[in-house]
Design a protein around this ligand. Structure first.
Ligand code: FUC
Length: 762
């Protein structure tokens, strides 16, 4: 055990059970392999003794291409669609939209929309017999995976890293007796990849389909070996290593995404890394990775020093024995953020950057009706603020294509994105109106962009994103019309993501007037634009107009006869009362339109809503519920949901209903693997410990009984650019410290009492 000393909050014990994933056997399936990544390159080694298989990734590797799939005639149908909705003929309106209000072409079903794909697989074949003392580990503290075992009295060790120093992946193999390492190194890909060797380098390369002329993105992965002792020879398709004592495999890879000279870059990186002693590459990697990871420390009490899969199996029935498992899951989530994105590149997709297939489920794309937003929920509070910037860049890239979609479908100014996007800037509706015509995507993304400002108060950043959020607001503003029945300003058509309801005629429909999430997103976005315009001293007339419109919007929630928040403007009967999406509580989280303090009636209705929805679903749903209950300040219920999400599973078939959980490698299962569950739960654990959305910092707003005895956290962030450290015993905060780059006053709730303090300068 190590101790991290801090002046005010005392000592944080750093147990390895809260920082290390460990196993006593190789991975049998991909869902047991260990994810490594440096924000661009990903590796998932299985630690196989006779054959090591390592799945390779590059976050930029996509098929497809930019396209214009807008139906420029669509807006002409708007009056007819609106009329049908007015008459309560939602099913007919939806049928009309299915004809004209969808993208042209194949939509998400094929190229040119495209798909995030695996780069291939690296295989290392050994001549080893049966091993003893097998151990496989992932150190979250170091960003390193290892595997050790003994065969015939010789101890073999493998180290894997995707370097944060040079942009390269490295596998180091050692034996503790001279000349005992012999292996054969190959690479392959299920399609569109060929392997050859040239001048001692193993090369995998290919070109993906763009859906136009077949000549899409190009990629290449080169492997070179450095040996201590032994010999290196090559065949047409393999590196052959005989009788070495140490082998270091360098894997330099890249794609042509925004980089025509990627082959030269691959060669350059290879040369630089190989010229450096491995020890300094490793040290630099640990220190650069650590600059991000070490910003937050968390201690919640005792844990089990056992293999991770065994801990997961034990946790559901005896969580009290292993409080450190929650720490591990939390820090693993931070680790996954750090490894799956980096400023200047792409945000984490549905699988972060880890995919082992050519056809990744849901194309491994960016879903805009919860998933990519959830991927970013942990980063601000968990002190990884810069990892929000790749998303902001992606969203900036949607403004131009989104303006085309706004014109084509709504004859509207500004820009819009619907439910799915890719690295090519897709903003059109999807290929079916029921799910594809939902247009809250752009507004919801703006909430993520806003949160980065709310946490950092970075005015320069605000200037940069202002045109983006203004453009989204201008779009929604132009679509608001007066609802005949209520007199409120709403959008028509509208829909609540992926959900549907019964009409009085018994038919199903998804399309409606003024879905609650749309009303909440418009309210929140308008508020943010008004605040931003004020800070930047711009657009007074627009601010006045938006402020006047806000007064005419439906309230943040309308309560149904049975006490729930209504999902639609009409109290329709839902087709699936336990539906996985709970979009009408968007105002509770991520927004702060519904809070325990300011809107107690709506908070009570949100509770009722969640009771009826139940606690199960794909993992992202469970994580979202964990967050909702944290905002409702029910720590024990959040903890129950944490237990649900940590339930071990091996299932990989696509699931829309009950049955999430985690795989042995702690990646979350929809199933299949979907990283939003990890990120949502990571945000949720932080939200149980600290909140800052209601005008003050709240320490331990939703602490479960299991964590009350003692705990310490250091380095969490609160809105307003505060860093917060605190410790507690028996559920009571015993010390705390709030710092800020500039000394400023802040309200803080400690042990039930709100007071104003002066945050000290860092
Ligand atoms: C949304 C969800 C599904 C799945 C998919 C990737 O459509 O409703 O459960 O997470 O995104």
């Amino acid at each position: 055990m190590k101790y991290i000393l801090t002046a005010i909050i005392g000592i944080i014990p750093a147990f390895s059970s809260g920082q290390t994933l460990q196993y006593d056997r190789p991975a049998k399936v991909w869902e047991e392999t260990l994810p490594l990544g440096n924000g661009r390159l990903g590796m998932m080694p299985d630690g196989g003794v006779q054959t090591e298989k390592i799945v390779l990734n590059d976050i930029t590797l996509w098929s497809g291409a930019p396209q214009d799939a807008n139906n420029y005639e669509a807006y002409k149908q708007l009056p007819a669609i609106r009329q049908l909705l007015k008459e309560g003929k939602n099913d007919e309106a939806q049928a009309l939209m299915d004809k004209d209000f969808i993208c042209t072409g194949k939509g998400s079903g094929s190229v040119p929309f495209g798909c995030y794909q695996t780069m291939g697989e690296l295989q290392i074949q050994f001549d080893h017999g049966v091993p003893a003392k097998y151990e496989r580990k992932l150190s979250l503290q170091q960003g390193l995976a290892t595997c050790t075992y003994t065969v015939d009295g010789v101890t073999y060790r493998r180290e894997y890293l995707t370097s944060f120093d040079d942009d390269i992946s490295i596998v180091r193999l050692t034996a503790d007796a001279p000349g005992k390492l012999s292996c054969r190194v190959t690479m392959s890909r299920a399609e569109r990849g060929t392997t050859h060797t040239s001048a001692g380098t193993l090369i995998l390369s290919g070109q993906l389909d763009n859906g136009i002329d077949g000549k899409g993105m190009e990629y290449e992965a080169d492997v070179k070996a450095l040996l201590k002792g032994g010999t290196l020879t090559t065949t047409d398709q393999a590196l052959i290593i005989k009788n070495a004592t140490e082998v270091i495999l360098y894997l330099s890879a890249g794609t042509s995404y925004k980089d025509a000279g990627f082959r030269q870059r691959i060669a350059r990186v290879m040369k630089t890394a190989m010229a450096k002693p491995f020890a300094s590459e490793r040290q630099q990697h640990i220190s650069k990775y650590g600059r991000l990871f070490n910003r937050v420390q968390l201690y919640l009490g005792k844990g089990l020093e056992e293999p991770t899969d065994k801990r997961l199996a034990a946790f559901y029935n005896n969580p009290a024995a292993d409080n450190e498992l929650a720490v591990l899951f939390y820090q693993f989530g931070r680790y996954l953020s750090i490894c799956s994105t980096r400023p200047g590149l792409l945000p984490p997709n549905l699988q972060g950057l880890w995919a082992n297939q050519v056809q990744t489920p849901w194309n491994g794309d960016y879903h805009l009706d919860v998933n990519v937003q959830m991927n970013h929920w942990p980063v601000e509070v968990s002190n990884l603020s810069e990892l929000n910037l790749p998303l902001a860049e992606l969203v900036k890239g949607l403004v131009v294509p989104g303006a085309r979609s706004a014109k084509a479908y709504y004859n509207a100014p500004g820009w819009v994105a619907h439910v799915i996007t890719n690295i090519w800037g897709f903003t059109e509706p999807g290929e079916s109106a029921s799910w594809g015509a939902t247009k809250s995507g752009s507004g919801w993304l703006c909430n993520n962009l806003w949160e980065h400002y709310a946490f950092t108060k970075d005015k320069h950043y605000l200037q940069e994103i202002y045109p983006v959020i203004k453009g989204a607001a201008v779009f929604y503003n132009s679509l608001l019309i007066k609802d005949d029945k209520t007199g409120w300003l709403v959008m028509s058509p509208s829909s609540s993501p992926e959900n549907s309801f019964f009409l009085p005629n018994g038919h199903h429909a998804s399309i409606c007037i003024g879905a609650t999430i749309d009303n909440q997103i418009v309210r929140d976005l308008f508020n943010d634009v008004i605040t931003a315009a004020g800070v930047l001293g711009r657009d007074t007339a627009l601010s006045r107009e938006l402020a006047a419109k806000i007064k005419q919007l439906p309230p943040a929630g309308v309560i149904s006869k049975d006490g729930r928040i209504m999902e639609w403007l009409e109290d329709y009967k839902e087709t699936d009362p336990q539906h996985r999406h709970i979009s009408h509580l968007w105002g509770l989280y991520p927004a702060a339109l519904i809070t325990a303090e300011n809107t107690p009636d709506l908070a009570a209705a949100a509770k009722k809503t969640l009771e009826v929805r139940g606690d199960d679903g794909p993992s992202w749903t469970i994580a979202y519920k964990l967050l909702f209950w944290a905002r409702l300040q029910d720590g024990n219920r959040s903890f129950k949901l944490l237990k649900e999400i940590l339930k071990p599973t091996f299932k990989t078939d696509i699931n829309y209903g009950a049955g999430g959980g985690v795989y042995p490698n702690m990646l979350s299962a929809g199933p299949p693997f979907q990283i939003d569950g990890n990120f949502g739960a990571t945000a949720g654990i932080a939200e149980m410990l600290l909140q800052s959305h209601a005008g003050f910092i709240n320490l331990l707003p939703a602490i479960p009984d299991h964590w009350k005895e003692e705990g310490t956290v250091k380095g969490l962030k609160a809105r307003g650019n505060f860093t917060v450290d605190f410790a507690w015993k028996n559920g009571q905060v015993i010390s705390y410290r709030v710092t800020s780059p500039v000394a400023q006053k802040v309200k803080i709730k400690v042990n039930g009492e709100i007071k104003e303090i002066l945050a000290s300068k860092i």
